[in-house]
Ligand binder design. Structure first.
Ligand code: GDD
Length: 330
């Protein structure tokens, strides 16, 4: 029987990569899309013409039940969220409703619709749940058993989603897994995230379209991988006989300064300092200083490993933005 997947968050970077992967694997792919006249709908229809879009919203359980009735999924991937950490400080209540309670809504929608308990569920958990504080176990990195200490309304809401997913697994025997993903980037990343903001600005600066880039805190370090590699890990989690939680990460951490170094070198600029200004507007009330993941469990159990390394990721992103910016007039 042909497998069928419902993806929430189909308009985002991860929705794009996962939909492509599942299509290659011959799934029927459905995507939940929010609201009337969603401005991203045309882009999704262009990039992912094989996806059937269903209108619905994570905060509206009736729309989720309807989506499950239409898609009859064998797998549900919950990638939808208010996902920008900085923004979550501005809109913490909406973030709790969507990123936190939204997970409960979709779990309940599955539980109520799926009497035979056959649907497998993936929850997009995040390294933001760890918070980067001193019990980071230096050199080892966060694994699935590390302590949580989220540092933003986003991280707190994600932690609720993480635990409610585990709770449904333990309470109702659902095949529900959480992927604790460290930062994953690429050409499809939104311009509001620091890596894409930099790759895009570097391209524009080298083409003479922009003079400098304004950033917030340059000190934080992140475990940055390529989003395309991470979609494969999500899928592998749902192919296991038993559900579980897995960290997906590269096992390396790099500062924003290092990202700037490589990105500017890609266009022949060796000293980026004249092109970077700091603006407090982009600073956060509480910061996650360092994230380093330990993906050993995923490597061992899922046979998953990242393929694109850090320099390869930066190069890919700058090249993509150079190509896009060379074509566009503004
Ligand atoms: N966005 C942004 N814009 N971040 C900046 C800027 C800026 O101008 N200047 C400095 N930063 C710093 C942030 O303060 C943060 O420490 C770091 O760059 C990375 O910020 P983001 O790219 O916004 O990502 P994030 O790490 O906060 O969150 C992303 O990764 C999480 C996984 O750990 C998001 O994708 C989350 O949804 C995801 O869960």
């Amino acid at each position: 029987m042909k497998k069928s997947a419902l993806i929430t968050g189909i308009t985002g970077q991860d929705g794009y990569h996962l939909a492509k992967l599942l299509h290659e694997k011959k799934y029927n792919v459905f995507g939940l899309i929010r609201g009337q006249q969603n401005p991203k709908k045309a882009e999704v229809e262009k990039n992912l013409p094989f996806v059937t879009l269903i209108e619905g919203d994570l905060t509206d359980i009736s729309s989720l039940i309807r989506a499950i009735e239409i898609a009859e999924p064998t797998e549900v991937y919950n990638l939808a969220a208010i996902s920008h950490v900085g923004y979550s400080f501005k809109d913490p209540i909406l973030t709790a409703d969507v990123t936190g309670k939204g997970v409960l809504n979709i779990l309940e929608a599955i539980r109520l619709s799926d009497k035979e308990n056959k649907i497998r569920f993936y929850q997009a958990s995040t390294s933001e749940m760890f918070g980067g504080l001193d019990y980071n176990r230096p050199g080892k990195g966060y694994d699935e058993d590390a302590l949580f200490h989220p540092r933003s309304p986003y991280g707190v809401a994600k932690l609720y989603g993480h635990w409610i997913t585990k709770n449904y697994r333990e309470s109702y025997g659902m095949h529900a897994s959480c992927g604790i993903l460290f930062n994953h980037e690429g050409p499809m990343r939104g311009l509001e995230f620091v890596t894409r903001k930099i790759s895009n600005a570097v391209a524009r600066i080298s083409l003479g379209k922009q003079k400098y880039i304004e950033l917030g805190n340059l000190e934080p370090k992140r475990d940055w991988g390529y989003a395309g590699d991470y979609a494969e890990g999500m899928w592998r989690m749902l192919q296991q006989d038993k559900p579980g939680d897995y960290v997906l990460a590269t096992g390396e951490t790099h500062s924003i300064g290092e990202f700037l170094d490589l990105a500017f070198k890609e266009v022949g600029i060796s000293d980026w300092k004249p092109y970077v200004k700091q603006n407090p507007k982009f600073m956060r009330p509480a910061e996650v200083d360092i994230l380093l993941g330990n993906p050993q469990k995923a490597e061992k159990v899922l046979g998953w490993k990242r393929e694109v390394d850090f320099p390869g990721l930066v190069k890919m992103m700058v090249k993509n933005d150079l190509a896009l910016e060379s074509k566009s007039k503004d």
